[in-house]
Write a protein that binds this ligand. Structure first.
Ligand SMILES: [Mg+2]
Length: 219
């Protein structure tokens, strides 16, 4: 079968963004008078929950909805300013693989659970490389639910078997597998050692991964 599209997760996959997210949360907590200490150990645990608002609620299930919404809005503002002022580099091999795909006519898309503002801040002008960009606002259910992957395949008009997903997390793998899309994993800072059952392949990063490597994985 042909490989027609690559669908990328954003946080941890395109770039190591999780530390920027964590620092933005801490600044937003400080500005909101909260003394929540999300150190790397706590944050690693919280990353099992997709979505910023959901993550805050996982940490404090009793937090008032207005507080959660306010803190999250503030955090998004801080994060997007942070990202826009110092563009974060993509992980090794990402741009080379994207270039190879573009030259070969393999289509590109994004399936993320983060907000559109965050995704666009990270991509900047690189957003034009992606034909379809599905974000947190576009689905009712976030990863590990397969909805975002189903949506991307639908919008591209492609059978799921002709796509390959690239992910860095357990929830991402589950979402892609649930949609019937073969998935390769490049574990990130916060997901190294996690369970990637169902993945077609696992690589330290995309530096050694060529389009033909991925073509071989399409059933
Ligand atoms: Mg990710």
């Amino acid at each position: 079968m042909t490989l027609s599209a690559l669908i990328f997760d954003v946080d941890g996959t395109l770039a190591e963004t999780e530390e920027a997210h964590r620092h933005a949360f801490l600044l937003a907590f400080g500005q909101s008078g909260l003394d929540w200490r999300w150190d790397p150990t706590v944050y690693r645990e919280l990353l099992k929950v997709s979505g910023g608002r959901e993550r805050i609620l996982a940490y404090d299930p009793d937090a008032a909805p207005e507080l959660v919404a306010g803190v999250h809005r503030r955090k998004t503002q801080i994060y997007t300013d942070m990202i826009a002022s110092g563009r974060i580099a993509f992980r090794p091999g990402v741009e080379a693989l994207i270039n190879e795909a573009r030259e070969a006519g393999v289509r590109l898309a994004i399936a993320s659970t983060t907000s559109r503002a965050n995704v666009e801040a990270l991509l900047g002008r690189r957003r034009q490389w992606f034909e379809v960009i599905a974000c947190g606002e576009d689905t009712v259910r976030k990863k590990p639910d397969p909805q975002v992957y189903q949506l991307v395949a639908f919008r591209m008009g492609l059978p799921v078997e002709q796509c390959i997903a690239i992910e860095d997390s357990t929830n991402g793998v589950k979402a892609a597998v649930g949609a019937g899309i073969p998935v390769v994993v490049t574990p990130s800072l916060y997901t190294t050692g996690d369970d990637f059952t169902g993945a077609a392949a696992i690589y330290p990063n995309l530096a050694e991964v060529k389009l033909n490597t991925l073509r071989a994985l399409v059933p």
